[in-house]
Ligand binder design. Sequence first.
Ligand code: IPM
Ligand code: SF4
Length: 469
Amino acid sequence: MPPGETVPRSLFDKLWARHSVMEHPIAGTLLYIDRHLLHEGSRNGFALLKRKGLPVRRPDLTTATADHYAPTDNRSVETIDVRSRREIISDLSANTSAAGIKLFDLAHPRQGIVHVIGPELGLSLPGLTVICGDSHTATHGALGALAFGVGASQVAHALATQTLWQKKPKQMRIHLTGQLRPRVAAKDLILAIIARIGAAGGTGFAIEYCGAAVEALSIEGRLTLCNMTIEAGAKFGLVAPDEKTFDYVKGRPFSPTGDQWHQAVASWRALASENDARFDQEIEIDAGTVEPMVTWGTSPEDSVSVNGCVPDPTAIADPSRRASKQEALDYMGLSAGMPMADIRFDRVFIGSCTNGRIEDLRAAAEVLRGRRAVLPALVVPGSMAVREVAESEGLDRVFKDAGLEWRMSGCSMCVGMNGDLAKAGERCAATSNRNFVGRQGASVRTHLMSPAMAAVVALHGHAVDVTRS
Ligand SMILES: CC(C)[C@H](C(=O)O)[C@@H](O)C(=O)O
Ligand code: SF4
């Protein structure tokens, strides 16, 4: 390269360079952490810190919420009848108050799932590093942040030092060309991407999403897209910040204001990947060809169009893969060749950090308005703020009139840690991100789909193409 010329840099390269404190030949890069988000899982990190007798270095850059164990039928810790759950929520209060960390507890009007409230409160912003001891932290990358999930020892390290050692991953760029058809959602898009590249397709990569279909997505849609990046194996998912991002971020409780706002926007504008920035892998998908997707197996990569059929594992050449897909079908109680639309459901869950935002609830309500569900269904807003907006728009009435239960915010049936579970053996249509064995209860079969599709299942008891219904 001639002197004076610089290598064209990607969004990820710039975010990484802006936060690099030092390099080490073995440990990688010491990154400065701008925002550390905590939930009940921080318990182990705090315990490690205590054992070493270390204080929290920057409580002002650390924020907590109670989400995984939050009861969704009321807001009182005392009424939780399982002692361990009560203790875990109380520990979060004790640990955060001892360290002077702001906690959005059950009683707080802005409580919610960590990945919903981060962006909503303006804690997660373009250009920042955001970490959380939770695998879905890439969600925040939708704003153009370097956001990633960490383990308990890294939570402790970040609490003590406000830094983390990381090895720079390879980079992948996914071009999403064309436009999603009406009622085809970001959820369908990410399910289609994972079906294409596989649940391990992104392992070792940071993924930047770009192209006309990404530009057209709302911020909520981009958050859904980045949220499930970990389900393709990648720790980081990113979208370059644009005018939509700035509009979304502006005026949020923790967003910069005045002169700082103008300076911030100027620096955010410089983040986008430069022309000719090099990626280790590039993939192109025409968003216009994506249909409403439904999973049939026990990995998020196991999805097909609602208009398709359960695939035949005997067609898979690799014997161990063939066996694992057959095992998935057996667990799911499905046979190869069966039309997806013939699968009969028992229950519906609308919520989670993937699809618990206002736009998701609007999409579900639009399908349900004036109609009656034939299945039991829970609607759990991703945050109390989402709940409030939904109620101001009358969406709670739409859900209740259709026979659905309208709850308070938390992770709820996405993982069932608070006790919101399906009954043994039931088949559940869920807007969450993982269809793992037993995740929603013992022997429960989870099918992932978009909020509009889950609403359709609630109405009919089986999946119907929402773009045609
Ligand atoms: C409990 C938590 C650490 C876990 C995660 O890391 O993702 C959970 O949020 C999940 O979705 O399975
Ligand atoms: S909603 Fe589900 S995926 Fe998201 S943080 Fe909670 S348990 Fe994890």
